[in-house]
Write a protein that binds this ligand. Structure first.
Ligand code: BGC
Length: 268
């Protein structure tokens, strides 16, 4: 990350022990931020991310919390603020899929995805915003009082059969993000989303890990490659930095053109 610096800033990335969250945590640390690596399962993988960051000369701690549980989220923020004084950047990334045909989808599958993907982001955004408001702008660190980045998906706009719970949660993330951005802008808090397309991570392995699956997937991606977690990490670093100081309430699609209706290249 050549010129962008987040030196001295403190970031919290939820679900940072794998996939997109892990890449975002590592990239924020490379840009100079201290990073809380949140995880809910696999402490070992979270510790590995912390190790990687430290090996690169950065600073990080792993904190366990289930983002869908209010007390656990509050405890995590308290632990971070006790350790480092405050928070400057939140990346509300933790997300899950529980796929099922609509008529077979159980209430549990629906509720679990809503709890993690939507309520989890609400709880983390609210705690971060409370601290940003309490602390205000520290001009030595950033021209804004705090930055929130919500991890959304192309499925905040692309309907997704067999994934009604997931697509609905991401549609909700978009409206939540914009409403928070509108409400908090006067306090100098910036709130944006990143909407990734198909990124090769553990959440969607079956969509890209065989040549047949990959070639099917590429039909949906005009740019003709599957995304990498680093594609998202670079966008996150920019949105967290003062380089994007006039950007708030935006969903940045990082998707190789997946949202360009590739089916309409011919015909229509
Ligand atoms: C989902 C992936 C999917 C991608 C593109 C993401 O939000 O988590 O499973 O491959 O959208 O459809």
């Amino acid at each position: 990350m050549p010129h962008i610096t987040l030196q001295g800033q403190r970031a919290l990335v939820t679900g940072a022990n794998s996939g997109i969250g892990k890449a975002v945590a590592i990239a924020l640390a490379e840009a100079g931020a201290k990073v809380v690596v949140n995880y809910v399962s696999s402490e070992q993988r979270a510790n590995k991310v912390v190790e990687t960051i430290k090996k690169n000369g950065g600073d990080a701690i792993a904190i366990h919390a289930d983002v869908s549980k209010e007390e656990q989220v509050q405890q995590m923020f308290k632990q971070m603020i006790d350790a480092w004084g405050s928070i400057d950047i939140l990346v509300a990334n933790a997300g899950v899929q529980r796929d099922a045909d609509f008529i077979d989808m159980t209430l549990q599958q629906w509720q679990f995805v809503m709890d993690v993907n939507l309520t989890g982001q609400f709880l983390c955004c609210r705690e971060a915003a409370r601290e940003f408001v309490r602390r205000g702008v520290d001009p030595k660190l950033s021209c804004s009082a705090g930055k929130i980045i919500c991890m959304s998906s192309v499925h905040e706009v692309i309907p997704w059969a067999g994934h009604v719970n997931y697509a609905t949660s991401k549609g909700g993330v978009n409206m939540m993000m914009q409403s928070i951005a509108q409400e908090m802008a006067g306090k100098k808090i910036r709130v944006n989303s990143i909407s990734p397309g198909a990124i090769s991570t553990p959440i969607n392995t079956s969509a890209w890990n065989t040549p047949e699956a990959e070639s099917e997937l590429l039909k949906l991606i005009p740019y003709q490659r599957v995304g990498k977690p680093q594609d998202i990490a670079r966008a996150a670093v920019w949105l967290a930095s003062d380089d994007s100081d006039y950007v708030t309430g935006t969903s940045m699609f990082v998707d190789g053109g997946m949202t360009l209706y590739p089916g309409f290249r011919e015909g229509g």
